[in-house]
Design a protein around this ligand. Structure first.
Ligand SMILES: [Zn+2]
Length: 541
């Protein structure tokens, strides 16, 4: 099962460090400072890029393997076993059960400063099962989870980058420590605040995070997204025969519905920056039994800590009021939380210079056909795949009334504890709405394979910069201390007695895992997952 990932002696065909035409990188009036020419660093970068080239096949294999596991948050057992084994085989020391989370781990190699943490998420999306390389909805298993966000690609990319850098560090006897870690249950924003609380980033100098996208880019400063708390309200009433003695019952489901009605009225009088949504996670058993238990699960999103807390408090009050109306009782628990992210200016500038150096992949006609066919299918602009790098964007602070809310990622919590940036790499197609089967289509195809190869190079080159230029860490911390956290102090959104919700998704995964096992990638028999599935690339209408 474990594809062997060594730094094979395969002849590197080409060191693709040819720059694209440099796009202008203006940080809204602030100039990004490219590093002064340094032939020694350039040579190291050329070498490390060559190492990534040599790992290309291993990298694609890792990506496809994780795609085939398709595991939901907190249930990433196969994924974690597979990825951590590769690192262990390559000399990393693995600390398992990180922060008391069974599928979380920290892999460490090297010694001394700087300490560089490299992470990416690994969980997937409910009901997003989808055949890769097919430009329309065609699930592998109806109803099963799937990588409808592309989280199968980030850790393979980071591992390839780390192994390439490790090789160079060994050859050149460079000091430094590499720490690799997976974002478990990111879709539940379930773990990173707990990693922080457990001290996993205490000695870390910088954190280089990565997230799948449809282009290559990095940004710094205040993010336009939201932070959130994820709260489940569980109501308790009394069961009774719903026809024979309904007056003896107290319906917990009534409380859930009244809370939801209340919230939907209140919505009109909340700030426009907020986003809130819920699902009824327990609606009772059957109609002729007055539901003695029911639960509703809310995400409360806002733009900063105070507003998130305020929304959470409104939700709590509304739940108590619904319990009073129905003579039920309510308890609440936090299932996840995320601070809005803030990304480091120095690190973003260093990374952006490397993005310009590495450039974008050359897409084949087949890659472009898959992309344009999916874009037609989804009725979105037919733009194909990325051919121009995004400019470096950043602002230390964005006025609150310019914020419109949006998605959240619990990397936010890490970004308020250690200088952090997120590399967006081009492994997806600009077509799907996100959290959807359409976003899985490219994720085990040559599009993803090329995207992570180029992403791994950017990451590896950035690590080389940080190892060789100690002023980067100093400047990154200067921005972190004197700009980012000058007026804002990190306080976790979860309470001291909250614990990671490690039981979540257990039942769903148990329901589908046996069926999914038949489709696990077998790299001993097939070169790629598409080959194993017998899918013609691309398959279009
Ligand atoms: Zn994500």
């Amino acid at each position: 099962m474990t594809g062997r990932v060594g730094l094979a002696g395969a002849v590197a065909v080409c060191v693709s460090l040819s720059a694209q035409a440099p796009s202008t990188s203006s940080g809204q009036g602030r100039e990004s400072k490219p590093a002064a020419a340094n032939p020694q660093i350039d040579q190291l970068k050329a070498n490390v890029a060559q190492e990534v080239d040599g790992e290309k096949e291993d990298l694609a294999r890792m990506n496809d393997m994780v795609f085939s596991f398709g595991e939901l948050g907190f249930q990433e057992f196969e994924t974690s076993k597979y990825l951590s084994a590769i690192l262990e085989k390559n000399g990393f020391k693995i600390e398992r059960n990180l922060a008391g989370i069974p599928t979380a781990w920290m892999a460490t190699w090297g010694s001394g400063k700087p300490v560089i943490a490299m992470g990416s998420d690994i969980d997937d999306i409910p009901q997003a099962s989808q055949k890769p390389g097919v430009a329309y909805h065609d699930p592998m298993i109806e109803g099963a989870p799937g990588h409808g966000e592309g989280h199968n690609s980030g850790m393979p990319m980071q591992i390839a980058a780390a192994l390439a850098v490790k090789k160079i560090m060994e050859q050149q006897h460079l000091a430094g420590t590499l720490k690799l870690w997976p974002g478990v249950a990111e879709e539940l924003v379930g773990t990173k605040a707990y990693y922080v609380r457990a001290g996993a980033f205490k000695d870390v100098d910088v954190c280089l995070f990565a997230h799948v996208a449809d282009n290559m880019g990095v940004s710094w400063g205040d993010s336009s997204g939201s932070g959130l708390v994820s709260v489940e309200y569980s109501f308790k009433g009394e069961s009774a025969h719903a026809a024979a003695a309904p007056w003896r019952g107290r319906s917990a489901l009534d409380a859930v519905e009244l809370m939801d009605v209340g919230w939907n009225f209140r919505r009109e009088h909340l700030r426009i920056q907020q986003r809130s949504h819920y699902v009824i996670s327990n609606g009772g058993d059957q109609p002729n039994v007055v539901p003695p238990n029911a639960a509703v699960w809310y995400y409360f999103r806002e733009t900063d800590y105070e507003h998130i807390k305020e929304m959470n408090a409104i939700g709590d009050r509304m739940a108590k009021a619904a319990a009073m109306m129905t003579d039920t009782t309510v308890s609440m628990r936090i299932l996840g939380s995320a601070w809005p992210g803030h990304f480091n200016k120095t690190l973003a500038e260093v990374m952006h210079a490397n993005i310009e150096k590495v450039g974008l992949p050359q897409w084949s006609p087949e890659d472009v056909l898959l992309a344009t066919s999916l874009q037609k299918e989804m009725k979105v602009p037919v733009v194909g795949l990325a051919t121009k790098i995004q400019p470096l964007r950043g602002r230390a602070s964005v006025p609150d009334d310019e914020k419109r809310g949006g998605p959240s990622d619990d990397i936010g919590d890490i970004s308020w504890n250690v200088p952090t940036v997120t590399l967006r790499y081009p492994a997806n197609i600009a077509a799907g709405p996100g959290h959807n089967w359409a976003n899985a289509i490219s994720m085990a195809t040559p599009i993803a394979h090329k995207g992570i190869e180029y992403g791994a190079k950017v990451m590896a080159l950035t690590v080389v910069d940080i190892l060789e230029r100690p002023e980067i860490v100093t400047q990154a911390w200067d921005y972190f201390r004197n700009v980012q956290t000058k007026d804002v102090k990190y306080v976790p959104l979860m309470r001291p007695d909250d614990k990671p919700a490690i039981w979540m998704n257990q039942q769903t995964m148990a329901k589908y895992r046996d069926g999914m096992k038949k489709y696990y990638f077998d790299p001993t028999k097939y070169r790629t997952y598409l080959e194993q599935l017998g899918i013609k690339y691309p398959t279009v209408r």
